[in-house]
Ligand binder design. Structure first.
Ligand SMILES: C[S@@+](CC[C@H](N)C(=O)[O-])C[C@H]1O[C@@H](n2cnc3c(N)ncnc32)[C@H](O)[C@@H]1O
Length: 501
């Protein structure tokens, strides 16, 4: 085939793709890149490939086109129980350890499949967790599944698969958790489907962790066969953000071909037979130094059913002291002006140094107990650490100081929602809207809550309200109370959420 694009065009194009989508197209892959753009140009109705490339690369970046191109440029190859060892380790070692360590505290388990493609990975996780339902009674379990590719997400929602998706899974897997559709395909059973929430997240944009997308306080992130398509620098950046999303001791699961020392800062590399996982070190968020992997720490013999052996030295979740607004060592020496303290705390929070940020906020609160900005920040810190009881307590204090703040009612609502107290969350959101009917996130969250209850009409109404309020923002504007979500991104999340409604 004759080259339609010059090398200089392809070079520019690959740099643009890397920046917007993370995907790495070195010169050896330019031919494929050109072919993908030719197909896309034809499918999407462009005059020719040059027009398509021109539109794709001209500023400002078009989210719609980026997502459309994701369908042509990404590899959505996946299947149930792919690299089965990861699921065995999850079922037999990681979850049992979390259950053991969290008996006293909040029984919450949060898993994120980032780059879930057509859903086989998150549904495999859901099925594994369903098999453990007897030990997870009374647990608040959530599985978030995200991807950049809207077509893949639609297929995930649908949950219908051909035999090819089951190519390595045992017979019981298909028999017990799927029903035949009549056209030789299989649909995942509703009780498994319900366990997974799908959402559109471009990992390059870094809009995580945030309460808005439930990407905070995560126990296990599966991001397999995704980072390998990114430039090494970008993969390292994404892993850095994952670290902020994970609780101390939380796990990052990548594919065996993706393990890299570049990711190691702040993680322990834990070797299992046939699998190597990353584990976030307790309280190490800010220590950026490289460390050696835990060489040869093969903690258990082969992990086939049944399993024997224990997980390596468990960084049991320590209970961090709640700042009680008493004098702390920092405060004793502190001469920092209030505004600076808050700013510093905010910076530490953004870096994921939650403990240090909480200490700084505590100092601030000694100086001004009713500082609602500081209290709201403390509330978010606790939420990101998974300490929901403490988060709720702090949000109550903040509201006692300022009952008329719509933002604080919204924050309280999100904490309540995370605790599974949906009715109370709805009440708080309605208060927030009474005080500020333009609070986009309150409409969005009410939409989600109504959708969860099956109240589709109501939910659609709230989502529509949110969408029309979003029209008042520029796509790159940050939404109030959102921890940095752009208006354009929230719009996309809502569109993806309402698919098929
Ligand atoms: C090969 S699939 C991996 C599916 C599954 N994790 C597995 O291991 O079987 C890679 C997925 O990563 C998604 N992806 C690629 N770039 C992405 C980005 N920037 N943000 C989010 N997802 C992305 C693709 O759309 C694709 O669905």
């Amino acid at each position: 085939m004759k080259n339609l694009l010059a090398d200089s065009d392809l070079e520019k194009l690959s740099a643009h793709i890397s920046e917007q989508m993370g995907l790495f197209f070195p010169p050896s892959k330019w031919k494929t890149l050109e072919q993908s753009f030719c197909t896309a140009a034809r499918d999407l109705g462009f005059k020719d490939v040059l027009e398509c490339v021109e539109k794709f690369t001209s500023p400002p970046p078009s989210k719609e086109l980026i997502e459309s191109m994701a369908c042509y440029l990404t590899i959505g190859e996946t299947y149930f129980l792919r690299e089965v060892r990861c699921f065995e380790i999850l079922e037999q070692q990681i979850i049992p350890e979390i259950i053991k360590n969290r008996q006293e505290g909040k029984r919450r388990l949060r898993i994120w499949s980032a780059g879930c493609a057509t859903g086989e990975e998150p549904y495999s996780i859901a099925i594994m967790l369903h098999r453990m339902r007897d030990t997870l009674i009374d647990w608040d379990v959530s599985i978030l599944a995200t991807d950049i590719n809207p077509h893949a997400l639609r297929k995930s929602h649908e949950g219908i698969y051909s035999d090819w998706s089951f190519r390595t899974s045992p017979a019981w897997f298909k028999q017990n958790f799927f029903r035949q559709t009549g056209d030789k395909r299989y649909e995942v059973l509703p009780h498994i489907k319900e366990m997974v929430t799908f959402s559109n997240i471009n990992l390059v944009e870094g809009c995580y962790p945030t309460l808005v997308t439930n990407t905070n306080a995560i126990d296990v992130i599966f991001c397999r066969n995704v980072l390998m398509y990114f430039t090494p620098q970008l993969a390292a950046k994404v892993v850095e953000r994952f670290k902020l999303c994970l609780l101390d001791g939380g796990w990052l699961v990548v594919s065996p071909c993706e393990t890299s020392n570049t990711f190691l800062a702040g993680f322990d590399l834990v070797s299992f037979p046939d699998a190597t996982l990353y584990r976030k070190r307790t309280g190490e968020t800010l220590k950026r130094g490289k460390s050696e992997p835990e060489k040869g720490k093969n903690v258990s013999p082969i992990l086939r059913f049944p399993v024997s052996g224990e997980l390596p030295a468990s960084p049991v979740q320590e209970v961090a002291p709640i700042p009680r607004f008493t004098v702390s060592p920092i405060q004793a020496n502190s001469t920092v002006p209030e505004a600076n303290l808050y700013q510093q705390a905010l910076t530490l929070y953004e870096q994921g140094a939650y403990r240090e940020a909480a200490e700084m906020v505590a100092v601030q609160l000694v100086q001004n107990q009713g500082d609602t900005d500081a209290l709201a920040l403390l509330c978010r810190i606790y939420a990101n650490e998974g300490k929901l009881v403490e988060a709720l307590e702090v949000s109550d204090r903040a509201l006692a100081a300022d009952k008329l703040s719509a933002g604080l009612h919204y924050l309280r609502a999100v904490i309540l929602q995370e605790q599974g107290m949906d009715d109370e969350a709805v009440a708080s959101l309605k208060k927030a809207l009474y005080l500020d009917q333009d609070l986009v996130l309150a409409h969005f969250t009410l939409g989600n809550l109504e959708q969860r209850k099956g109240m589709i009409k109501e939910s659609q109404r709230y989502f529509n309200n949110a969408l029309s309020l979003l029209d008042r923002y520029r796509p790159e504007e940050v939404i109030p109370e959102s921890d940095g979500i752009f208006a354009g991104r929230l719009k996309e999340i809502i569109m993806a959420t309402t698919v098929g409604m």
